[in-house]
Design a protein around this ligand. Structure first.
Ligand SMILES: [Cu+2]
Length: 420
């Protein structure tokens, strides 16, 4: 395969990134501190218990009813790697060091148990630019939870932050006390409080969770959100195929049923068919660095231009530790993106691929695409979906993808796939 010169792409990423950093640095209100690289902290997001007092206080008066007790704990995200995050699913088997978790059977049901801790911390959103975040387990986006339809997801939530928080899942939740809203069940959890949420994993799809304390937009924008992936159960799909497509039960042929079951197996991490698919989580987010109600930085998975092009030898060998590098795509593999729009302050976001048309599954709740052969999908706030990509006929090289709100693209949400 001919080696390719990526220097043009590297220059573009560099230029956009520099312009973004300069624009933020010129804003004196921005919380900024030197990058704490090379501190030698083991793993991503180690609980350090440093208790740094967050100097930023953007809350209006009357919003401090839950008190400012000082941070009870702090994680650092200096090792947060957007490339690692793409592929990090927590299924209860201990995938992520900073996410205590377990998997076991209880009353004939698989339980996937997690411990989440809300903490005040800072996250790196661009080189040298730190954002004062509120974060589940010290990372933004929060850890991705993955379960199979019908499992019980049990999340013990401890609030170690200075503000009252909750976890509200976008699931079909039959128990109002488990909704994670101020009005139901335990309500908001104050500093030091904990509660164990239990949710049945349903329906299958690409889902969202976030804090539901007030003021809502701030609790979300500060970083308290993440992805829940619910894998379809192929046995259930065989029994009730009509629930996974837009056809009436009377229209389901044997062939369609077989197709739906095959698709379900490819989505279910417990089936070998799933191993053949390269699955990624992309949470589209933005950061209002001066707290004026408008985002200054846009990203997928928090770091502006994380999937841009930085130092390379032109053969896809990226320098170790380099954040700016494209997402490598093996052209012989099938690729699936669990896409979530976690943005605040802007009504919509979008995902656009260059030289590529893909199938889209709105909310991921169906096993047949809801949009076929499109190169742009739009998501409003909290909307999600699944994108399936096929680069098998493409030449090797860089293919851009970005928000087609072009302003967002220039302010960080601009990325590349590197087809190899
Ligand atoms: Cu909150």
């Amino acid at each position: 395969m001919p080696s390719q010169d990526y220097s043009q792409a590297a220059k573009l990423s560099e230029r956009l990134e520099q312009r973004l950093v300069d624009s933020i640095e010129s804003d004196f209100k921005t919380t900024r501190r030197a990058v704490l690289g090379g501190l030698g902290l083991a793993g991503s997001a180690v609980l350090t218990g440093i208790g740094r007092a967050d100097s930023d206080e953007s809350h209006g008066p009357g919003d401090d009813s839950h008190g400012n007790f000082g941070a009870a704990g702090e994680y650092r995200d200096t090792d947060f790697d957007p490339h690692e995050f793409l592929y990090q699913f927590n299924t209860g088997r201990g995938e992520q060091e900073n996410v205590p978790q377990d998997i076991y059977e209880e009353n004939g049901r698989t339980v996937r148990e997690f411990t989440f801790q809300a903490v005040d911390t800072t996250v790196t959103i661009a080189p040298g630019i730190e954002f004062p975040a509120w974060a589940y387990n010290g990372q933004v986006p929060g850890p991705t939870i993955r379960a199979v339809e019908g499992d019980l997801i049990r999340v013990t939530f401890e609030n170690l932050g200075r503000h009252a928080h909750t976890i509200h899942p976008h699931l079909r939740n039959l128990n109002p006390n488990m909704d994670g809203v101020p009005t139901n069940g335990p309500g908001v959890l104050n500093t030091g409080d904990s509660f164990t949420y239990e949710w049945i994993a349903q329906p299958a799809g690409s889902h969202f969770y976030h804090c539901h304390s007030l003021p809502l937009k701030e609790h979300i924008h500060r970083g308290l959100y993440g992805a829940i992936v619910i894998d379809p159960d192929p046995e259930r799909v065989a029994e009730k195929p009509e629930e996974y497509c837009e056809f009436h039960r009377s229209q389901i042929t044997d062939e369609l049923r077989a197709d739906l079951v095959a698709e379900a197996k490819s989505r279910n991490h417990e089936y070998p068919e799933n191993d053949a698919v390269n699955e990624m989580v992309m949470v589209m987010n933005g950061f209002d660095t001066n707290f004026d109600g408008d985002n200054e930085v846009y990203a997928v998975n928090t770091r502006a231009f994380a999937y841009g092009v930085g130092q390379t030898d032109g053969k896809g060998n990226w320098q170790a530790g380099e954040t700016k590098r494209p997402i490598q795509i093996d052209k012989n593999q099938r690729h699936r993106v669990y896409l979530i729009n976690a943005i605040e302050f802007d009504l919509i976001n979008s995902f656009h691929t260059h030289s590529q048309f893909f199938d889209y599954y709105d909310h991921g709740t169906t096993l047949l695409p809801t949009n076929r052969t499109v190169d742009t999908v739009m998501q409003c706030q909290a909307q999600r979906g699944i994108i399936e990509l096929d680069y098998s006929n493409h030449d090797s090289g860089l293919y851009m993808f970005h928000a087609h709100q072009s302003e967002f693209a220039e302010l960080g949400w601009m990325s590349f796939f590197e087809v190899v």
